[in-house]
Each structure stands twice: as structure tokens, then as C-alpha cells.
Design a protein around this ligand. Structure first.
Ligand code: BES
Ligand code: MN
Ligand code: ZN
Length: 505
């Protein structure tokens, strides 16, 4: 693998007059004109606001305006980059973390190719600034070939923090380190998604997961197509059999070493490319199906992160990987397969392949008796119809579903709880098998996929299913800390849930 994106170097400073190529300041909108954040030295606030206003800065979220640093304002930076924060919060209220993260992301994108930056936005929320800047600066250049020398990515970022005790500084260092590792995990998930499907076959994906998992100190197992066929993984085998590049199942385990730790099972859909199989997809937009392993990418990145952060929770990721192709060995509409655990399924539509590989993996994951099971997948176009491109659908056992959705919202990934209407189950009855893989209509397609998966969750396991069909891959313009392509969603949701379980059980 080529060198992964490593992000800028971060350091901490109390000196707002440090030398830098750019000083990043937060800009608030207001009826009486714009104002800049309080991390900026008081004497420089007026001149900076004036310079930014002169070129039209309004302080609206998403805005980035760069000007030469006003002379005589005592700044060490050559230029000032103002990033919009919207209206200043009233009274004692703080700027929401996600607002800071997005503004820092806008700065990270705007500073592509800039050597060094000093950011005052960090005085608003240190962790959000690190995450946003890192993820905004993210780029995927492995396959880019240009005659011009590659522009270096944003190199170094000094974070301005308010004067404090030594202890506070140590705490700040820890905050920066954790935020940087979190952002790096999101970037790893993005790298996986952005790697083209000719390169990232199931075998290659498994190899990379194995290598990175071992480096992080995880216990790793990789099962090949022969093992899967011999052990009854009919879903993974059925979906993978149309490709000359056979399927895999990867298991990665982080052990906390604690006796009373909760056990969380993670499962992620790893379709390295989804043509739809014999039920083939239309050509327009099919290239986006390179992202159909976004769920797998997120759970692999998350279990590695759990080890790096030494989280007080046991985490086992079970990751099915396959390529959904069509050929004379591909499964047919009408085939009956046997999922791991024995449930038979009539494959009515070979394009509803994600649930087939997930079901095998979820049954295997439940054999370990986890307390919690979270699966995530680019599972249905219906997720995008229901919730759009930026809002994951969260389903599952109600209490845990709501907890996962709330945590997802708290970290800015904005998962939303969705129901399992009871009438949907009967639509998955099959003429010949225990289950059909699709219903005879398209209504509530995201929920139907969840109802299918529900059949494979062991009794007593608290379960959440996160459909990220839209949110895992951005085909629109860059915004906030999200560029085009892989987004790394829902890594930060999964991390928040693991942290919450480690803390509260
Ligand atoms: N990978 C797709 C879902 C998808 C669609 C992800 C668009 C990202 C963007 C999935 O395998 C699929 O094809 N689902 C079908 C299910 C249908 C046949 C019941 C769909 O959504 O059309
Ligand atoms: Mn499909
Ligand atoms: Zn798919």
C-alpha cells in the first residue's frame, strides 16, 4: 500500500503572534457587521475584521476568505484566513462542536498546499479544531499523476490555547493526540473507500486489514473461500461466486484485558464493487459502487482505533468481503442459498447482496455472545430516498438504536432513529425458502433490509444497524470537513458508542 494520508503536524501554543503562513480565525456574522473569535489578540480583532469585511466576508458557515495580514496589528502570520461560524452564540452559550469542526474543515481545505498555519479557532473547541482541520486537509493522491510537482499538503498547524496551568497543558496534549488519532482513523476509512475497485479486491482488502490490524496489536483471522464454503457461509459464497476474485471473512479483535469489560461486536459490509450481479445496475453512476465497502472500512478503522486508544471495552470486528459481479458462475435470481446458521434464502434480486453477506457475519458475530452488536453498511438506495445523503438511518433494538442515534448526533454524523413497522416482515416470506432477500415492493426499502437482518440477531443481544448508503460517499461538492469521495462515516459514531459503553456499560 502507498503511504496513507498522515495529516498535518499539530503543536500547541499560547502565542497568537507566532510566525505562520496563515492565521486562521473564526468569523461571526452579525447585524452590525462581522466580528472575529476571542482567540485573536484584542488589538488585532478590529483590523482583521475590517480587512475581511473589505473583501466581502459575511461570517456565514462554509465561508473562507483569505487576506494579507493587516500591517501594524502585531501578527506574526503573513496572511489571515477567516472561516465563517454563523451568528455568535448568545450569553454563556458555546459555539457547537460541529460548527467548530466544520469551520476548521473549511480552513483545512482552503489551506491545501500551505506550509504552516496558526489557528485561533482552537480556543473554541480544541478537539473539534484538530479533527476538522485534519479531515479538511485530507486528500487522496495515490493515483494522481501530474507533470507539475505535487503540491505539499498542509504541513504544520499550531493550535492556540488560552493560558493555563501545566496540568491543563498536559490535558490539552492528550486531547490533541486523541483527536488526531480519531481523524487518522476516519482518514484510513476514507483511503479504503477511495482505493479503486480494480486494486481493492476482497483478497487485497483482507490483506490490508490483516496487516494494519496486526500492526495495531489486534488478533486477526482471515478466512478464504474454501473455508467459507466448507463452514456454511452460503451468503458470502453466493455473492462472491460471480467474481474471479474470491470472497473473504476477516475477524479483528481488540481485548481490553479487563475482566468485566463489555463486549461489542462490529460488522461491516465489504462489497468491494457492486455491479448488482445478474440483476445488474444501470450504467449511470455505477462507478460509485466502489464505495460499497464503506461499512467494512469504518469497522476496520474503528477496531484499530479502539486498540490505539486502549478503550476499556472488548471489540470484535467481523468483516465479510466480496465482489458482486456477473458471470457464468454468478448466483441467479431464484437460487436458494443457506446462510451461516442454517436459514435458507431465496435470492430474488442479486443486487440485494449486502444483507446476504452481513447475515452470515452477524450470525458468526453472535456466536461470541456479545453484549452489543453494531452493523453498518452502504445497504440501500432507499436510505438516500428517506434521509438524504448526509443522514445515516439507525435501526435495531429500540433502546440501543436510540442511544446510537443520539451519540451519532452528538459527534456531528447525525444518525437518525428509524422504525421496523411490523407488517414488513411478512413481505420477506418466500415461495420456497425460509426467507426471500427482497420484498415484492419498494416501500420502506431501508427498513425492509433492516427487518431482514433482524432475523439473524441472537436473542438478548442489543443491536444497532446503521445504513450509510449516502453518508459514506460524497458525490456532491466538498463541504465542511468532507471532501469528494469517501467520508469515513460512521467511524466517529462507532467510536462514540464504544467510549460510552466503556464508561457506562
Ligand atoms: N450497494 C447498494 C445500495 C446503495 C445504493 C449504496 C446507492 C449506495 C448508493 C445495495 O447493494 C443495493 O443494490 N440495494 C438495492 C436493494 C434492492 C434491490 C432491494 C437498492 O437499494 O436498490
Ligand atoms: Mn446491490
Ligand atoms: Zn451493495
Amino acid at each position: 500500500m502507498s503511504t496513507p494520508f498522515t495529516g498535518p503536524e499539530f503543536s500547541l501554543t499560547h502565542d497568537a503572534t507566532s510566525v505562520a503562513d496563515a492565521l486562521v480565525v473564526g468569523v461571526f456574522s452579525g447585524d452590525a457587521g462581522i466580528s472575529v473569535d476571542a482567540g485573536v489578540p484584542e488589538a488585532a480583532r478590529g483590523p482583521i475584521a475590517e480587512a475581511l469585511a473589505l473583501v466581502g466576508a459575511k461570517g456565514t458557515p462554509g465561508e473562507a476568505v483569505r487576506v494579507p495580514a493587516p500591517a501594524g496589528a502585531g501578527l506574526g502570520a503573513a496572511t489571515v484566513l477567516g472561516v465563517g461560524l454563523g451568528a455568535a452564540p448568545a450569553g454563556e452559550d458555546r459555539v457547537p462542536a460541529e460548527t467548530v469542526r466544520r469551520a476548521a474543515g473549511v480552513a483545512g481545505r482552503a489551506l491545501d498546499g500551505v506550509g504552516s498555519a496558526l489557528t485561533t479557532v482552537s480556543t473554541l473547541d480544541l478537539a473539534a479544531t484538530v479533527e476538522g482541520t485534519y479531515l479538511g486537509a485530507y486528500r487522496f493522491t495515490e493515483f494522481r499523476h501530474s507533470s507539475a510537482p505535487k503540491q505539499a499538503p498542509l504541513g504544520a498547524v499550531a493550535l492556540l490555547v488560552a493560558e493555563g496551568s501545566q496540568a491543563l497543558t498536559e490535558e490539552a496534549r492528550g486531547t490533541v493526540e486523541q483527536a488526531r488519532r480519531t481523524a487518522a482513523a476516519v482518514a484510513l476509512a476514507r483511503d479504503f473507500v477511495n482505493t479503486p475497485p480494480n486494486v481493492l479486491s476482497p483478497g487485497e482488502f483482507a490483506d490490508r486489514a490483516q496487516r494494519l490490524g496486526a500492526e495495531a496489536g489486534l488478533q486477526v483471522e482471515v478466512f478464504d473461500e474454501e473455508y467459507l464454503a466448507a463452514h456454511g457461509y452460503g451468503g458470502i459464497v453466493g455473492v462472491g461466486q460471480g467474481s474471479s476474485r474470491p470472497p473473504r471473512l476477516v475477524r479483528l479483535k481488540h481485548s481490553s484485558g479487563l475482566n468485566d469489560a463489555k463486549h461489542v461486536a462490529l460488522v461491516g459490509k465489504g462489497i468491494t464493487f457492486d455491479t448488482g450481479g445478474i440483476s445488474i445496475k444501470p450504467a449511470a453512476g455505477m462507478e460509485n459502487m466502489t464505495s460499497d465497502m464503506g461499512g467494512a472500512a469504518a469497522v476496520i478503522a474503528t477496531v484499530i482505533l479502539a486498540a490505539q486508544l486502549n478503550l476499556a471495552v472488548d471489540v470484535t470486528a467481523t468483516v465479510p468481503m466480496a465482489e458482486n459481479m456477473r458471470s457464468d458462475t454468478a448466483q441467479r435470481p431464484g437460487d436458494v442459498i443457506t446462510q451461516y446458521g442454517g436459514t435458507t434464502v431465496e435470492v430474488i434480486n442479486t443486487d440485494a447482496e449486502g444483507r446476504l453477506i452481513l447475515a452470515d457475519a452477524m450470525v458468526r458475530a453472535c456466536e461470541d455472545d456479545p453484549d452489543y452488536l453494531i452493523d453498518t453498511a452502504t445497504l440501500t438506495g432507499a436510505q438516500m430516498v428517506a434521509l438524504g445523503n448526509r443522514t445515516p438511518g439507525v435501526m435495531g433494538t429500540e433502546e440501543f438504536r436510540d442511544r446510537v442515534a443520539a451519540l451519532s448526533q452528538a459527534v456531528g454524523e447525525n444518525g437518525w432513529p428509524m422504525p421496523f413497522p411490523e407488517e414488513l416482515r411478512a413481505d420477506l416470506n418466500s415461495r420456497v425458502a425460509d426467507l426471500a432477500n427482497v420484498s415484492p415492493h419498494r416501500w420502506g426499502g431501508m427498513l425492509t433490509a433492516g427487518v431482514y437482518l433482524q432475523e439473524f440477531v441472537a436473542d438478548g443481544v442489543q443491536w444497532a444497524h446503521i445504513d450509510v448508503a449516502g453518508p459514506a460517499f460524497n458525490t456532491s461538492a466538498p463541504w465542511g470537513y468532507i471532501g469528494k469521495g469517501g467520508t469515513g462515516v460512521p467511524v466517529r459514531t462507532l467510536l462514540a458508542v464504544l467510549r460510552d459503553i466503556a464508561q457506562r456499560g
